[in-house]
Design a protein around this ligand. Structure first.
Ligand SMILES: Nc1ncnc2c1ncn2[C@@H]1O[C@H](COP(=O)(O)OP(=O)(O)OP(=O)(O)O)[C@@H](O)[C@H]1O
Length: 257
């Protein structure tokens, strides 16, 4: 299933947050969204997920939904959003409880998704017994359990330390190589964007407009930290962002003052 954004424009009160966003995300593609603080990245993700509607423009889904999809658009958040009193398997099965599935079907989906994310041995563990990286694996397993057409990932690795982030990036690449999932991935971290994005959308500061879209012509499985080509793309992205990030920073300080 492909995703198409047409002319997304939005204001909160007098503040224009997004302006004229046109973007398509093809099935099996990871598109990263980067841009200065407050430029509307999370807002855009909420529009895609249907949590809010933009003042202008539309979000269209085209093509067949994956077979067995229970929820075509599914979020993965930065803070994992796990229920502390539920085990790993119970956290995953939570999102299946509103769907007309038998207990056996639910158990089968949970077992399958825990297997695919390397969590089978931890299915009885409680969140507090897990590291941050494992918690985010659970959140990813939970997202996968509804067989989403598109995963909406809002800074999913930013609460993790840098080593864990590296491991999770490896996991996401391995998962993508097996399952070719589609994702819209918001991040502040340019290393993450060049590692995981087939394309990287660079937004301007508020109101967020698309400044450019950088395509990275290298298989995800062949991308490694220290790759000169990726480092060059990362530098190019930083050149694009630096002045705007500074201006956005001052603007936020001014808003607060
Ligand atoms: N519900 C809301 N009501 C009013 N203003 C809002 C609302 N949600 C977001 N905003 C404002 O819209 C702008 C964009 O917010 P958003 O969180 O989408 O930006 P972002 O690019 O994701 O920021 P960051 O990179 O800091 O996470 C900000 O100025 C924010 O304060």
């Amino acid at each position: 299933m492909d995703l198409l954004l047409r002319g997304i424009t939005h204001r909160y009160g007098a503040t224009e947050v997004l302006s004229g966003i046109d973007l398509s995300i093809a099935e099996g593609e990871i598109v990263c969204i980067i841009g200065p603080s407050g430029c509307g990245k999370s807002t855009l993700l909420r529009f895609i997920g249907g949590l809010e509607r933009p003042d202008e423009g539309e979000v269209l889904l085209s093509g067949p939904v994956p077979s067995g999809s229970l929820n075509p658009l599914t979020y993965v958040f930065q803070d994992f959003a796990l229920l502390p009193w539920r085990s790993v398997e119970a956290n995953v099965s939570l999102v299946l409880e509103d769907h007309p599935l038998s207990a056996a079907e639910r158990e089968e989906i949970v077992a399958d998704v825990l297997e695919r994310t390397g969590l089978s041995d931890f299915r009885k563990a409680l969140p507090r017994q897990l590291s941050g990286g494992m918690k985010q694996r659970v959140a990813i397993a939970r997202a996968l359990s509804v067989r989403p057409a598109v995963m909406l990932m809002d800074e999913p690795l930013s609460a993790l330390d840098s080593q864990t982030r590296e491991l999770l990036m490896d996991d996401l690449v391995a998962l993508w190589q097996r399952e070719r999932f589609t994702a819209c991935y918001v991040t502040h971290n340019l290393a993450e964007a060049v590692r995981l994005g087939h394309r990287i959308v660079v937004l301007s500061r508020r109101p967020g407009r698309i400044r450019t879209i950088v395509e990275i012509d290298r298989d995800l499985g062949e991308r490694e930290a220290g790759d000169p080509k990726l480092d060059a793309v990362q530098r190019e992205l930083w050149q694009l962002l630096r002045d705007e990030a500074r201006a956005a920073d001052r603007e936020i300080a001014h808003d607060v003052a």
